[in-house]
Design a protein around this ligand. Structure first.
Ligand SMILES: *[C@@H]1O[C@H](CO)[C@@H](O)[C@H](O)[C@H]1NC(C)=O
Ligand SMILES: *[C@@H]1O[C@H](CO)[C@@H](O)[C@H](O)[C@H]1NC(C)=O
Ligand SMILES: *[C@@H]1O[C@H](CO)[C@@H](O)[C@H](O)[C@H]1NC(C)=O
Length: 824
């Protein structure tokens, strides 16, 4: 390199000297050669051109001198040819100057002569146009308007003249065209002109090839690659992948869940393509509260609890904005459909609370109105209402989700005064949601139950002579109803007991059913009576029922025995007569006494208390017969006085005494005559008695028939209820004694009495009956023979007839009631 520069410098020194010389001499010879000739190539024959002989060449010492240090030429001394000594590159000497001449000095001695030779070096196209850089990069903003010019680096061609660079060409493309511009120095500068707007998004880099072509023949060319980079302009808005996104989200979505990712693509570059997501400008507050959008990722998040019941859908506008200068944006819409989840339990509303229902309400009576509601929709909100089974109510659907609770059966407050009804609402969602409600329905009482006595028939026993105002009996009735309907008022119905109003005997406490006597009772007058108690409730209308109280008066030993034979007129003593001839066991007389009391109170015992001669008579304890103990002696006092005591068997014992005077008479011998006498004596009397008896029997028969008939009628009337009665009726009489009730005719010595015994647990005090004491005068005529009695009814009737103060019919009617009492 250094040597080349030195050489060049020397060359220019030489050229300067040559120029000096040139001023003295003029050129004699001029040759023209192309550059780049090979060594040894002949430029011309200097000798000949100078007119020298060949011989002169050596003689005159022809030689050449280069004006530069370098000897490009040499001289052939034999023939004077100028030869190329070294390959000459014109561009090296002359650059791109149009003429390139190498001067030479030809020197001839003897005489010394100088000739000047010029060698014109002609250019040949030995250089191609050359670009300094192989790749040129030009940056073109994509917003550049068409017509814009971009200067390119020109190519270099050291050749001169036509061989130098003549033109450029550009490969064919759509966007750029080539234009050439001549600089002031004449350099041809290539320029590319934007012919069509570039779009980085379509093509971000354009590759062009610029060719420089020289004017040589053949032309030579050189190329360079031009890379045009299109600089991004923010000319593209982000574009969403979809304009409308439709998504479905269940309402139970957990807050924070990503429900959708939107994506917008910006085809720009760099920040121009960086997209930021946000809600649209006028997004309602509710959406901002429920949703959030991630500005970077575009994830839509449910940030709060969704509720289908509040809103079933949302429209969300999303904005995508790039970060370029003059940011561009676009929008998309998200349609969020909220899907219902069965998250609401059905609700039961009692729109009309249950009213108390009367127990006689007809079926279908409305009790309550119920409404069910479920905020969910569709199947989840489809509610069915049920109620607990086993109640006399049902649910009657009215219109959608409304129900009426109505009665479905007859009600009975006495059985179920109140109902707890569980209403159950269930939706059809999966899983079901349930809710329930308890309602209470009270049943109102209706007076449909009569008072019921604790017993249909009461039997009470009171002692005779008890103080008036004492409590007789207490009856109670109960009523299944409530309130006034169960408030019972007792009263006594006026029935007659042998023309005496019962209300005059007794008084009832209307509130508690205690019955008080208003009299004392005398068994000997009234043995039994009955009270019909009426219980009435306070309902409207009121209901009532009756019960019968049979009051049996118990005998007390309140009557002393009364001697009826021998009859004694006040103060006097009766006289009996007997013959002195009477033997042992002679019946002197017979004391007959009666006791108004009954039973044991009327059992009489006879005892001899005092006697004129105690050894003569004795008194039969039971019969009261006074018989002789021994034969009457001569010395026996004809007048014998006996004091006989008659005692009953009651408690305390009541007694009476009778004084009997017996006259022992001579001449009256035989008892036969006595009886005959007695017969004749009482012939008149007995005729009268027979008449009485016949009348009595007739009356009694009629009465007993009537009694039987009355009983039958009564039983038929009461029939249905009382089986006892019917049993009684079929028994038709007193015949059947195989029952607890015993009716028997007792014989106790001369005392014959009927005893009606009720069961064995009943003591003597529960028996009652009529006692028949034979009246001495009629004793022989007594028709009743207990042992031979076949028809008891007859016996009773006879007995009945025989009793002077008889309530027998009354009693016999009551026998059935009593039987009932004992049994119940
Ligand atoms: C509601 O549910 C009942 C019983 O499950 C069904 O019979 C009825 O068709 C349903 N109605 C609707 C509107 O789904
Ligand atoms: C009913 O009331 C009367 C008077 O107040 C009373 O003497 C009687 O003992 C009461 N009876 C009952 C069963 O309480
Ligand atoms: C109660 O007895 C009275 C009188 O005998 C009668 O009028 C009434 O109907 C009876 N009441 C009932 C419920 O049997």
């Amino acid at each position: 390199m250094r040597t080349q520069i030195q050489r060049k410098i020397r060359f220019w020194q030489a050229l300067f000297c040559f120029a000096v010389l040139w001023s003295n001499t003029e050129a004699q010879l001029r040759y023209t050669i192309p550059e780049e000739l090979k060594e040894g190539s002949i430029v011309g024959n200097v000798a000949k051109d100078l007119g020298l002989e060949v011989s002169e060449i050596s003689n005159r010492k022809l030689r050449i001198a280069s004006e530069s240090a370098k000897q490009y030429f040499s001289l052939n001394l034999r023939n004077g040819d100028l030869l190329v000594n070294e390959i000459i590159d014109r561009e090296t000497f002359c650059g791109q100057s149009t003429s390139c001449v190498l001067p030479l000095q030809v020197i001839i001695e003897d005489p010394l002569q100088f000739y000047r030779v010029e060698v014109d070096i002609q250019d040949i196209n030995d250089n191609s146009p050359n670009f300094l850089s192989e790749i040129n990069v030009i940056e073109v903003p994509e917003s550049t308007l068409t017509g814009a010019r971009f200067r390119l680096e020109p190519a270099q061609d050291p050749d001169a003249g036509t061989n130098s660079l003549r033109t450029y060409s550009l490969n064919k493309n759509d966007y750029f065209v080539l234009q050439m511009k001549n600089d002031k120095d004449g350099t041809k500068v290539p320029e590319i002109v934007l012919e069509k707007a570039v779009d980085r998004e379509k093509q971000s880099v354009h590759h062009l090839i610029l060719t420089g072509i020289d004017g040589g023949d053949p032309a030579r060319s050189g190329t360079t690659q031009i890379t045009i980079k299109i600089l991004d302009a923010n000319d593209n808005a982000p574009i969403f992948e979809q304009d409308l996104y439709e998504i479905k989200v269940i309402e139970s979505t957990v807050p924070g869940t990503i429900i959708l990712t939107v994506k917008a693509i910006d085809s720009d570059d760099g920040a121009n393509s960086e997209v930021e997501y946000s809600f649209g400008a006028h997004t309602p507050e509710i959406i901002q509260r429920l949703f959030a959008i991630n500005p970077v990722t575009g994830e839509l998040v449910a940030s709060n609890h969704l509720d289908y019941e509040i809103s079933t859908s949302y429209k969300i506008d999303i904005r995508a904005k790039d970060k370029g200068p003059l940011a561009m944006e676009s929008h998309c819409r998200i349609q969020v459909a909220v899907l219902d989840v069965n998250d609401n339990t059905p609700e039961i509303t009692i729109t009309s609370s249950p009213k108390p229902v009367r127990e006689d309400a007809p079926t279908g009576t409305m009790v309550a109105l119920i409404n069910v509601k479920d905020l969910d929709s569709g199947v989840n909100g489809n509610v069915t209402l049920d109620m607990s089974p086993g109640t006399p109510f049902k649910l009657k659907p009215t219109f959608s989700n409304h129900y009426a609770l109505v009665t479905n059966e007859r009600l009975d407050r006495e059985a179920f005064p109140t109902y707890q009804i569980e209403l159950k609402a269930k939706d059809s969602g999966i899983p079901h949601l349930l809710s329930s409600k308890l309602i209470t329905v009270n049943i109102l009482d209706v007076n449909d139950n009569p008072p019921v006595f604790s017993e249909p028939v009461y039997c009470v026993y009171i002692k005779e002579n008890s103080a008036p105002g004492s409590i007789l009996a207490s009856v109670t009735a109960s009523d299944l109803d409530t309130g006034d309907n169960a408030q019972i008022v007792y009263s006594v119905l006026d029935t007659n007991t042998r023309d005496i109003l019962v209300s005059s005997y007794v008084y009832i406490n209307s509130e508690n059913g205690s019955i008080f006597s208003m009299h004392s009772f005398d068994y000997e007058k009234t043995k039994v009576f009955h009270i019909v108690v009426h219980a009435k409730d306070n309902g409207s209308p009121s209901l009532s029922s009756n019960a019968t109280v049979h009051v049996f008066i118990l005998d007390q030993n309140d009557n002393a025995p009364a001697v009826i034979y021998p009859s004694t007129t006040m103060g006097s003593v009766s006289n009996q007569r007997m013959p002195r001839s009477a033997k042992v066991g002679h019946l002197a007389t017979k004391v007959t006494a009666v006791d108004a009391d009954s039973g044991h109170n009327a059992w009489l015992f006879y005892r001899l208390v005092e006697a004129t001669d105690a050894s003569l008579f004795n008194v039969n304890l039971h019969t009261g017969e006074v018989r002789t103990k021994r034969s009457v002696l001569e010395q026996d006092d004809p007048s014998q006085r006996l004091l006989i005591e008659v005692k009953d068997n009651g408690e305390p014992i009541q007694s009476t005494t009778v004084t009997v005077d017996i006259l022992i008479e001579e001449g009256i011998n035989e008892p036969i005559s006595d009886s005959r006498m007695k017969t004749t004596e009482s012939n008149k009397k007995s005729g009268k008695i027979t008449l009485y008896l016949i009348i009595s029997l007739g009356t009694v028969s009629v009465l007993s028939l009537l009694t039987l008939f009355t009983l039958i009628v009564k039983c038929v009337r009461n029939s249905l209820g009382s089986s006892h009665c019917c049993l009684w009726r079929t028994d038709s009489g007193y015949k059947n004694s195989n029952r607890n009730l015993q009716i028997q005719l007792n014989t106790d010595g001369p005392i014959k009495y009927v005893e009606v015994l009720g069961g064995d647990m009943m003591s003597q005090s529960q028996s009652f009956g009529s006692y028949l004491s034979p009246m001495s005068e009629f004793s022989d005529l007594t028709l009743v023979k207990p042992s031979s009695t076949t028809n008891f009814t007859d016996t009773l009737n006879v007995l009945d007839a025989s009793l002077p103060d008889s309530a027998w019919i009354f009693e016999s009617q009551q026998v059935s009631a009593c039987y009932f009492c004992i049994h119940s």
